[in-house]
Design a protein around this ligand. Structure first.
Ligand code: DOR
Ligand code: ZN
Ligand code: ZN
Length: 421
C-alpha cells in the first residue's frame, strides 16, 4: 500500500518547505523532492500539507445520545474538518466511567475506521462527583485521560485523590472549570449583555475559582493538570502565572472564545449558548494573547453537537454547546493566521503537536517513520460556512454564514484517504 503526495508545501516544525511525501504501509517513508512511485498520487500543488489535526476535546455522544451525534457521524465530520485523531469526552449514557465503555468506543472506532478515537474516562462514577471511577482499568483499556467534562468535580478532596491516582497511571485530569454553586443557573456571561437581555449571567469567577483550585491542587501535589476551554482574561492570567512558577499546567481554548464576544447573545440565538459562555472583548483579546505567548497550549473544538429540538427552545432551556469540528481549522486560520497573530506553523503546532504532547499521543509531526496522518488544505479557498452542509448531526453553530479562508481538501489516516473533495 503506497500513496504519494506531490508538490505540496509542507508545514514542518521549522517552517514551510515544498516537498513530496511518500507513504508506505501506513507510515511516512520518505520526504523529499521529485519523489516518484507507481501508486495513487495526491496532487497537492498550490496546497499546504499539515500533520493531521488532533482535537483533544470532542463530544461524540455515543453511547446514549445518538440523536445528537454518533461515532460514525462524528468521525465523518472529524475527517471533513481535517482531524485525523480526536479524544472524546465521557458524558455519554452510560457515562464512560469503566473499561467496558472504553472498549465499546474503541470497537466502534475500528468498525467506522475513519479518524483515530481516544476515549477519555470519567473522573467519578456517572460523573456524579461522588466516587472515583476505575481509573486504572480504563487506562488499561485505552483511556488517554480522565475528565468529568460538562461539570467540575466540586469536592476538592475527591479531585485531589483523582489527580494523585491518575498521575500514578500516567494520566492527566482535564478540568472543566465551573463552580456550579456560583453559576447558580447562569446561561451567559454576567455583564452588560446579560442585563440587557435579561438572561441570567454567570461570573468569570465561577470559572476562575476552579481554574485556581485545580492549579493549586496540581502545584501542591506536584502532578500535571490540564485546563479545558479557557474563556476568561483572568483565567489566562492565573494559568500564565502558574506556568511561570513551574506548575505542570497546560491549557486549551476554542475558536468561539477567540472570535466571538457576548454581543452575539442579544439576538437570542441559542446556537450562541455554550459553557463556559463567550465573554467580553477584553477576554477575547486576552485569549488571543494567551494563544500567542503559549499560556494556552492548544486549540480544541469542544465539539458539542445537539439536535434541533435541544436548541429550538427558549434560551434558558436550550442545551449548551457548539458543533465545531467542521469549522475549527478555517476559523482558526482566518482569525489567527490571516490576521498575522500566528504563523501557519504555529497554528499547526496548536492543533496537532501540542495536543499530542499533552496526552502522549502519537502524531503531530510530518517526519519519516511517523504514522501517515496528514491533512491537506487549500488556503486560498474562501467560502461561507453553511451548517446545512455539515456531516455532523449537530448543525448548532453561531458561525453560520461567516466567510472564512482555508478548506480541508484531503485527510489521510494511517496512509489511507478518509476524506477528499
Ligand atoms: O457547552 C458545552 N457543551 N460545555 C460543556 O462543558 C459540555 C458540552 C456538552 O456536552 O454539550
Ligand atoms: Zn466542558
Ligand atoms: Zn466539552
Amino acid at each position: 500500500m503506497k500513496l504519494l503526495i506531490k508538490n505540496g508545501t509542507l508545514v514542518l516544525g521549522g517552517g514551510e518547505k515544498k516537498a513530496d511525501i511518500l507513504i508506505e504501509d501506513g507510515k511516512i517513508s520518505k520526504i523529499g523532492e521529485n519523489l516518484t512511485a507507481d501508486c495513487k498520487i495526491v496532487d497537492a500543488s498550490g496546497k499546504h500539507v499539515l500533520p493531521g489535526l488532533i482535537d483533544m476535546h470532542v463530544h461524540l455522544r455515543e453511547p446514549g445520545f445518538e440523536g445528537k451525534e454518533d461515532i460514525e457521524s462524528g468521525s465523518k465530520a472529524a475527517v471533513a474538518g481535517g482531524f485525523t485523531q480526536v479524544c472524546c469526552m465521557p458524558n455519554t449514557d452510560p457515562v464512560c466511567d469503566n473499561a467496558v465503555v472504553v472498549n465499546y468506543i474503541k470497537n466502534r472506532q475500528r468498525e467506522v475506521n475513519l479518524c483515530k478515537i481516544n476515549p477519555i474516562g470519567a473522573i467519578t462514577k456517572g460523573e456524579s462527583g461522588a466516587a472515583m471511577s476505575d481509573i486504572g482499568k480504563m487506562k488499561k483499556a485505552g483511556a488517554v485521560a480522565i475528565s468529568d467534562d460538562g461539570k467540575s468535580v466540586m469536592d476538592s478532596n475527591i479531585m485531589r485523590l483523582a489527580m494523585e491516582y491518575a498521575s500514578g497511571f500516567g494520566l492527566k485530569c482535564l478540568c472543566h472549570c465551573e463552580d456550579i454553586n456560583l453559576v447558580d443557573g447562569g446561561v451567559v456571561n454576567e455583564g452588560y449583555n446579560s442585563t440587557l437581555t435579561g438572561l441570567k449571567g454567570s461570573l468569570r469567577a465561577a470559572e476562575d475559582i476552579m481554574i485556581a483550585r485545580d492549579i493549586a491542587l496540581a502545584e501542591s501535589l506536584n502532578v500535571p493538570v490540564h485546563i479545558c476551554h479557557v474563556s476568561t482574561y483572568s483565567g489566562v492570567e492565573i494559568i500564565r502565572s502558574a506556568k511561570k512558577r513551574g506548575v505542570k499546567v497546560t491549557a486549551e481554548t476554542c475558536p468561539h472564545y477567540f472570535i466571538l464576544t457576548d454581543d452575539i447573545i442579544t439576538g437570542f440565538d441559542t446556537n450562541t449558548k455554550v459553557n463556559p459562555p463567550v465573554r467580553e472583548d477584553k477576554d477575547r483579546q486576552a485569549i488571543i494573547a494567551g494563544i500567542k505567548d503559549g499560556t494556552l497550549d492548544c486549540i480544541v473544538t469542544d465539539h458539542a453537537p445537539h439536535s434541533l429540538k435541544d436548541k429550538q427552545v427558549e434560551y434558558n432551556l436550550a442545551a449548551f454547546g457548539i458543533s465545531g469540528i467542521e469549522t475549527s481549522f478555517a476559523l482558526s486560520y482566518t482569525y489567527l493566521v490571516k490576521t498575522g497573530i500566528l504563523s501557519l506553523c504555529e497554528l499547526s503546532q496548536k492543533m496537532s503537536k501540542a495536543p499530542a504532547e499533552i496526552l502522549n499521543l502519537e502524531g503531530g509531526e510530518l517526519k519519516a517513520g511517523a504514522a501517515a496522518d496528514i491533512t491537506v488544505v487549500d488556503l486560498n479557498k474562501k467560502y461561507r460556512i453553511d451548517s446545512n452542509k455539515f456531516l455532523s448531526k449537530g448543525k448548532n453553530t453561531p458561525f453560520n454564514g461567516f466567510e472564512v479562508w482555508g478548506k480541508v481538501v484531503c485527510t489521510i489516516v494511517d496512509g489511507e484517504i478518509k476524506y477528499e473533495v
